[in-house]
Design a protein around this ligand. Structure first.
Ligand SMILES: [Zn+2]
Ligand SMILES: [Zn+2]
Length: 134
């Protein structure tokens, strides 16, 4: 069981699954939403995720590929909790920084490397994709 939540603690979530994969996303949207160099997501089935405290606000936006991406964030502190690429799809992206235990990025893939910031170094052997997964 993974546990986590927002920066201020008003929203907490629990995940009853091990992420099937973890990725580091270098896209400009992840940079804008996090104010950081890249985003970190763990892919889990939506049914494995439940709120244990508070209620995040859920909004959505169009992606460059024309899909709808839903995202949840704490209305008090603004931290993202999760993303979902397809509102009814089989995958939920738990934001790596929201989890209590540090996320192991050893086997993480790098996506959207074409917009990676200069100076960000990827470990040798890591799977890389210029845009999303092929
Ligand atoms: Zn918060
Ligand atoms: Zn991204």
């Amino acid at each position: 069981m993974l546990t986590g939540g927002c920066q201020c603690g008003a929203v907490r979530h629990a995940v009853a699954a091990v992420p099937s994969r973890v990725h580091v996303c270098h896209c400009t949207e992840c940079r804008a939403q996090s104010s950081l160099a890249f985003g970190i997501s763990g892919i889990v089935p939506p049914a494995a995720v439940r709120l244990t405290r508070g209620t995040p606000r859920v909004r959505s936006r169009r992606t460059v590929s024309g899909k709808v991406l839903a995202f949840a964030f704490c209305t008090d502190c603004g931290s993202r909790g999760w993303h979902r690429n397809d509102p009814d799809g089989p995958e939920m992206l738990i934001k790596g920084g929201s989890l209590d235990d540090p996320v192991d990025l050893t086997g993480a893939s790098c996506i959207w490397t074409r917009s990676k910031l200069p100076g960000v170094v990827r470990p040798p052997g890591v799977k890389q994709f210029p845009q999303d997964y092929d």
